[in-house]
Design a protein around this ligand. Structure first.
Ligand code: 13P
Ligand code: SF4
Length: 475
C-alpha cells in the first residue's frame, strides 16, 4: 500500500524521516520503498514555506482502520495540529492506496479521493508504482500525463544519500529480545510453539511453527519441561488436553478465538437433546468444555475425512464453523446440521476480492482457507488448511499465489516456499487476537513460567476422547 507524507513547517526533512521511522515501528509494518522528495509551492499562501512531499510503500498487517489510527498517532507525535485546512503542518500522512480496499467513510477515504488531481502525489507515486491503476481506470503515468503543470520539482539538491529508494531494515530491532527469549528457553527447558498466524518476529523465535493440529501433536509428544504456546486460547487448551503433565504457558491469556466463543455448552447440549442419535463433530477451534460434549474433533486439515468417517445414514452435528461444516459436508457428500458460528477474519472475504485479485495477478492461483464463505471456496483454485497451503504451494507448479487466510500466513509461506510470490487476498484478514502475543510477552512468560493454562480434569478426560478419535481417524 502507499502512503503520502507532507510537511511545510519546521525541520521538514526531519519530520518526513521521523514519520518513516515511526511507520516502520508500528506492529507488523515495514516501509519497503520510498520515493524521492518533491518540493511543492504552498497552496495556503506565499507566507507559508514550500511543502516537501514523498510517497512511501508500506507492508502492514494492520487493518485499514488500525492503520488510520496509528497514522493519526504519528501525526500527533510529530506535532500536527489538526483541522487547519491548507495551513502550515509539521507533518501530514495520508493513506493513498490500500491494496484495492475502498472506503468512502469520511474518516477513511481510500483510495485517496483527490490524489489523481495532485501532481505532488502522482510524481512521487510514479517512481514506485507507475502502472498502478487508479480509481479512474488510468495508470499513475497516464493520470500524470493529463494533469496541468503544477509547481512541483524533485528535490535533487538535497545532501546525497539522505533518502534511499529502499529503506534499510526495520529500525525496530527485535534481535535483542529474541536472543534473550532463546537463551531463557534453553536454560529453562521450554519449547516454544507458534501458530502460522503469529507475528513474524514471534514465528522467528519458535522451535516449531505450524497449524493448530500439528502444534498440538508436537505438544503431545514433547519432552520439554514447559510448553510456551503462542497462538490463541483453544490451542493452548488442546495442548493441555494432550500433554497434561507439562505446564502449558500462554504468553497472552486474553488471546481468545471469536469463533470458539460462538458455541456454548448449554446451546450444544440443547441441540444434542433435539438430535439424540447425531454424531457431534467439533472443530478444534472450540473450548475444552465444548470438546467434552463432542464425539470427534476435526481441524481444517482433516474435516472432510472426519465427516466421511461417520457411518452413512447417521445424523451429524458440526460445530462451530458453518463455513467449514458446509464445505466439508459438500466434499464428503453428506448432510450436516451446522452450528451458525464463523470466523470474523475469514468470513469477510468476498467473491469480489477473488475476482479483483485475479484481475491484478492473472498468473497467480487463489488458495483459500475453508473458514471462508463456501461461495469463495467454490471459485478458489485450492481450499487448504494452513499446513495444506504450504504443502500445496510447494508442490504446485505455479509461481504466484493469492492467499485467502489470515495475513500472517504470507510471512510463513515466504519462509517455507522460497522463490515463489504470495499476495494476500485481502489485507483486511487480520486476526486481532493472534496478534496480541508480542515478543515482550513471550519473554515475560518464559521468565515467569506463566500464566499457566489449566483445564478441569473431568472435562479434560472427556475432551481427550474426542481429540484422540480424530487422531485415530487421521492415522
Ligand atoms: P489451522 O487449523 O489451519 O491452523 O487454522 C486454525 C485457525 O484458527 C484458522 O483460523
Ligand atoms: Fe479464531 Fe478466526 Fe482468529 Fe482463527 S483466525 S483464531 S478462527 S478468530
Amino acid at each position: 500500500m502507499f502512503l503520502g507524507l507532507g510537511s511545510n513547517l519546521g525541520d521538514r526533512e526531519a519530520a518526513l524521516s521521523r514519520a518513516r521511522v515511526l511507520l516502520t515501528a508500528l506492529p507488523g509494518t515495514t516501509v519497503t520503498a520510498e520515493s524521492g522528495i518533491y518540493v511543492t509551492a504552498p497552496v495556503g499562501g506565499p507566507e507559508q514555506d514550500d511543502y516537501l512531499n514523498q510517497v512511501v510503500e508500506v507492508r502492514t498487517l494492520l487493518s485499514p482502520y488500525e492503520l488510520l489510527t496509528s497514522v493519526q498517532g504519528i501525526e500527533a507525535e510529530l506535532g500536527r495540529v489538526r483541522d487547519i485546512r491548507w495551513g502550515p503542518r509539521t507533518i501530514d500522512v495520508d493513506i493513498l492506496w490500500y491494496h484495492g480496499f475502498s472506503s468512502a467513510d469520511a474518516r477513511l477515504e481510500v483510495p485517496h479521493p483527490r490524489m489523481e488531481e495532485r501532481r505532488f502525489v502522482l510524481e512521487p507515486l510514479a517512481e514506485l508504482a507507475p502502472d498502478l491503476v487508479l480509481p479512474s481506470g488510468l495508470t499513475v503515468t497516464e493520470a500524470l500525463a493529463g494533469l496541468p503543470d503544477q509547481a512541483v520539482r524533485r528535490n535533487d539538491d538535497r545532501t546525497a544519500g539522505t533518502v534511499s529508494r529502499r529503506s534499510e531494515r526495520s529500525p525496530m530491532d527485535h534481535s535483542i529480545v529474541q536472543k534473550q527469549i532463546r537463551r531463557l528457553a534453553e536454560e529453562t527447558g521450554a519449547i516454544i510453539l507458534a501458530h502460522n498466524y503469529q507475528r513474524p518476529e514471534v514465528q522467528d523465535i519458535a522451535d516449531i511453527v505450524g497449524d493448530s493440529l500439528g502444534l498440538s501433536r508436537q505438544a503431545a509428544t514433547s519432552k520439554a519441561r514447559m510448553i510456551v504456546f503462542c497462538g490463541v486460547h483453544f490451542m493452548a487448551e488442546t495442548a493441555v488436553i494432550l500433554a497434561p503433565d507439562i505446564p502449558v504457558i500462554a504468553p497472552e491469556p486474553q488471546a481468545g478465538c471469536a469463533m470458539a466463543d460462538m458455541v456454548d455448552v448449554e446451546g450444544l447440549a440443547h441441540l444434542k437433546a433435539e438430535h439424540p442419535d447425531a454424531v457431534v463433530i467439533s472443530y478444534v477451534n472450540t473450548t475444552a468444555a465444548v470438546k467434552a460434549l463432542t464425539d470427534i474433533c476435526c481441524t481444517s486439515a482433516n474435516a472432510v475425512e472426519i465427516v466421511r468417517s461417520v457411518p452413512a445414514g447417521q445424523e451429524i452435528i458440526f460445530t462451530p464453523d458453518r463455513n467449514l461444516g458446509r464445505w466439508a459436508a459438500k466434499k464428503a457428500g453428506r448432510k450436516v446440521i451446522v452450528w451458525p458460528g464463523f470466523c470474523p477474519t475469514h468470513d469477510l472475504v468476498q467473491v469480489e476480492d477473488v475476482e479483483r485479485a485475479r484481475a491484478i495477478h492473472p498468473a497467480a492461483k487463489v488458495v483459500v482457507h475453508p473458514e471462508c464463505d463456501p461461495a469463495v471456496s467454490d471459485i478458489a483454485d485450492a481450499v487448504e488448511s494452513t499446513s495444506g497451503m504450504i504443502r500445496f504451494c510447494r508442490e504446485d507448479d505455479a509461481e504466484e499465489y493469492v492467499i485467502g487466510t489470515e495475513t500472517g500466513m504470507i510471512y510463513r509461506l515466504c519462509q517455507d516456499v522460497p522463490g515463489k510470490l504470495f499476495y494476500p487476498l485481502t489485507e483486511m484478514a487480520v486476526c486481532p487476537t493472534m496478534k496480541l502475543t508480542t515478543l515482550q510477552k513471550v519473554l515475560e512468560s518464559v521468565r515467569n513460567a506463566g500464566p499457566v493454562v489449566t483445564v478441569d480434569e473431568e472435562i479434560r478426560t472427556k475432551a481427550l476422547k474426542a481429540v484422540q478419535r480424530m487422531i485415530e481417524v487421521g492415522a
